[in-house]
Design a protein around this ligand. Structure first.
Ligand SMILES: Cc1cc2nc3c(=O)[nH]c(=O)nc-3n(C[C@H](O)[C@H](O)[C@H](O)COP(=O)(O)O)c2cc1C
Length: 336
């Protein structure tokens, strides 16, 4: 209700400015509100017990700087990042576009973030006021060539590992040149092998923390089946499906539709669900799937769960529907 009143004012502003304003309002409100989790049926996935099935998707809180405020919205888990080893500015602005007629967003942020050390400091500082499940999403710096990409993931993994409940390797952003090539069979095998070795080594000191891989919605069914086999072979703990799409055909003709970047929100919903269906069939229940892409109602979340996801995440829907979406989706997911 409140969000529907302030949304028109927020939407009048520059997109990134309204984004910053919303997060700072949330920080202030978050300090006043008690810690709250909408506990409707806890569920254990990847060995972690989640108070509910609904998480915040990566990219809204890239530096883990708003965990306390976001944690007051009722999510069952938060995923912060993508964070890279070294701070980087991201792409020049404008780089974030709203397409309200489609309840969609196009972004080419390009992993703007303060670097992994800053994220770790932020997350550590908020741990006493956020006791919920925290995922940390890692990526590679823009200037790191692809043949050295694995080193970036390992460096970031080692730094975030002690502070995360699970870690996501993001190999599917369309806004870092060459990143999605890491989804090819050969590249992903060497990435997964080294991530799993590092995980085994880190587990001796910090306990076992699951590693999830976040994939794009633009992979063919054949490529998905091949990837599913590789994920099983390397015993990956979870798959996040999906990131934004590079396919803009659903918004063709709209203002901003030809902007470079990844499309999210309602137009990516069906494709993300299709990816989940294909993966779930190929995985045969061996690896859990976190479903994300275009969830803007409880029914959309149920669609993801019925397709084979165990958990869901939201991003664009929050921008259009506001925080009440969290409650709606948590309630819907409790039916399963
Ligand atoms: C502005 C923006 C920035 C994003 N940044 C990231 C990111 O840094 N890392 C990541 O893994 N996904 C990122 N995403 C993708 C979302 O986490 C999510 O996978 C995608 O938007 C589909 O979900 P949605 O339709 O609910 O937004 C970003 C999405 C948006 C809209």
């Amino acid at each position: 209700m409140l969000y529907s009143l302030i949304r028109p004012l927020l939407f009048l502003q520059d997109t990134e400015a309204s984004h910053r304003l919303t997060l700072s309002m949330l920080d202030r409100a978050g300090c006043l509100l008690p810690e709250r989790t909408l506990t409707h049926r806890p569920v254990t996935v990847m060995g972690i017990t989640f108070p509910n099935r609904v998480g915040l998707a990566a990219g809204l809180d890239k530096n883990g700087a708003h965990v306390v405020g976001l944690g007051r919205l009722g999510f069952g888990f938060l995923e912060v990042g993508t964070v890279t080893p070294v701070a980087q500015a991201g792409n020049p602005q404008p780089r974030l576009f709203r397409l309200p007629a489609h309840q969609a967003i196009i972004n080419r942020m390009g992993f703007n973030n303060d670097g992994v050390d800053a994220l770790v400091a932020n997350v550590s500082a908020s741990r006493s006021r956020y006791a919920g499940v925290l995922g940390i999403n890692i990526g590679k710096n823009k200037d790191t060539p692809n043949d050295k990409a694995v080193d970036d993931y390992l460096l970031a993994l080692r730094k975030v590992y002690p502070h995360a409940d699970y870690i996501t390797a993001n190999i599917s952003s369309p806004n870092t040149v060459g990143l999605r090539e890491l989804q090819s069979a050969d590249a992903i095998k060497s990435l997964l092998e080294r991530l799993k070795n590092a995980q085994a080594e880190l587990a001796t000191n910090f306990g076992y923390k699951p590693i999830a891989i976040k994939i794009a919605p633009d992979l063919s069914d054949d490529a998905l089946v091949e990837l599913a086999d590789i994920f099983k072979q390397f015993e990956i703990d979870g798959i996040i499906a999906t990131n934004t799409t590079i396919d803009k055909s659903a918004v063709a003709g709209s203002r901003y539709s030809s902007e470079e970047g990844g499309l999210s929100g309602v137009p990516v919903r069906a494709q993300s669900t299709h990816v989940i269906t294909v993966l779930a069939n190929a995985l045969g229940g061996e690896i859990p799937i976190i479903g994300v892409g275009g969830i803007s109602s409880g029914a959309d979340a149920l669609e993801k769960l019925r397709a084979g996801a165990s958990l869901v995440q939201l991003y664009s829907g929050l921008i259009y529907r506001g925080p009440s979406l969290v409650n709606e989706v948590v309630k819907a997911c409790a039916q399963v």
